[in-house]
Design a protein around this ligand. Structure first.
Ligand code: GAL
Length: 340
């Protein structure tokens, strides 16, 4: 374990970077946004590849968008018109994506400085999200813990509120199992029989559609690129994949693989949904080591409660009651094949 100064925020606060290492993985996380900045995995030739997108400097984390590697909260993804009704009371949330609320608002958890704590194989980031932050009720004590064990990165989310509130935390890493270039040749498997229909602003309409016979059928592994250009209204509405998959509950929820690097990543989660986002909004973004990230250069697999759940009948509600403990886990497990 190692802790170093990473940079300084515009308002003069120090940002630290923590490094964790296991035999097969090397992880760097920032207390700004509780963000994963690098994750090194050995490829089939024994060479380290950095499988997440990110920035080199604090200035870039503060001024560029994309939520690279960050913890998202209080509620991930979109809430229509920034309004939610909780026990008959209307919550007015920040509108930061046109008419809608996205990823916790203008200053979501991704733009906050967390308190880091570490002990050997884990780093825990904690903060108090004050009552009213971005419109959410209740003082929320929240923490996200990153732990490396052998070939797994475990992310644990914990929270406790003093009032009933909403809570759906996720991690917004952009995965690229080659470290660079397009991910369209990566194969993906998702254990989901259904996905959520989105409107033209990528907001779930409330309809749950079967994946059968659609480009959203990843029940058997297929490349991300195979059907992404199909003439399909849901794909066209979002410029590619940017939809919640309704997980069947079987593990692993998803498997991503690159033949080029020989790296496979499995995703396991306690959460009911997962946003599959094919980096549709990435355009000529300068990232780590001078890399330029483009559309389809990464895939986000954001485990979550179904987005816009408060407005949609039948969706499990991300309600956290006062005094009740929020606890969710998502694990990313890496395997490398020596030969294809
Ligand atoms: C994703 C979301 C996309 C986009 C992206 C950030 O989680 O589903 O629509 O907002 O984050 O650029």
């Amino acid at each position: 374990m190692q802790q170093t100064l990473f940079g300084t925020t515009r308002d003069g606060r120090q940002v630290h970077r923590y490094t964790l290492a296991s035999e097969n993985l090397r992880l760097q996380v920032l207390d700004y946004g509780a963000a994963i900045q690098t994750l090194l995995v050995k490829d089939k030739d024994g060479r380290w590849r950095d499988v997440v997108l990110g920035y080199d400097t604090m200035e870039e984390y503060e001024t560029r968008d994309g939520y690279f590697g960050a913890c998202i909260g209080r509620v991930g993804n979109r809430i229509g018109k920034g309004v939610a009704t909780l026990h008959g009371q209307t919550l007015v949330l920040a509108k930061n994506d046109g008419e809608n609320h996205l990823h916790g608002g203008n200053r979501g958890f991704d733009k906050q400085l967390w308190q880091g704590q570490t002990d050997g194989d884990f780093v825990r980031f904690s903060r108090l999200s004050p009552d009213g932050e971005e419109g959410y009720p209740g003082n929320l004590e929240v923490s996200v813990t990153y732990r490396l064990t052998g070939n797994a990165l475990q992310i644990t989310y914990d929270a406790l509120s003093d009032q009933d509130t909403l809570c759906s935390l996720t991690n917004h890493s952009y995965w690229n199992l080659n470290g660079e270039g397009s991910v369209l040749a990566h194969t993906l498997r998702v254990q989901a029989e259904a996905f959520l229909e989105n409107d033209a602003h990528c907001l779930p309409t409330g309809r749950i559609l079967p994946v059968e016979g659609t480009p959203f059928d990843f029940r058997s592994p297929k490349t991300l690129g195979r059907d992404i250009r199909e003439n399909d209204r849901n794909l066209q509405n979002c410029g590619g994949y940017d939809h919640n998959f309704c997980l069947s509950g079987k593990a692993p929820a998803a498997v991503l693989h690159s033949a080029q690097s020989g790296i496979t990543m499995e995703v396991e989660t306690t959460l009911p949904g997962m946003q599959v986002y094919s980096g549709n909004f990435l355009t000529r973004r300068r990232g780590k080591g001078g890399a330029v990230y483009n559309t389809r250069d990464a895939l986000c697999l954001e485990t979550q409660y179904y987005p816009n759940a408060m407005a949609c009948e039948g969706f499990l509600k991300p309600i956290l009651r006062a005094g009740e403990r929020y606890h969710q886990e998502t694990n990313y497990i890496f395997w490398t094949q020596a030969e294809e």
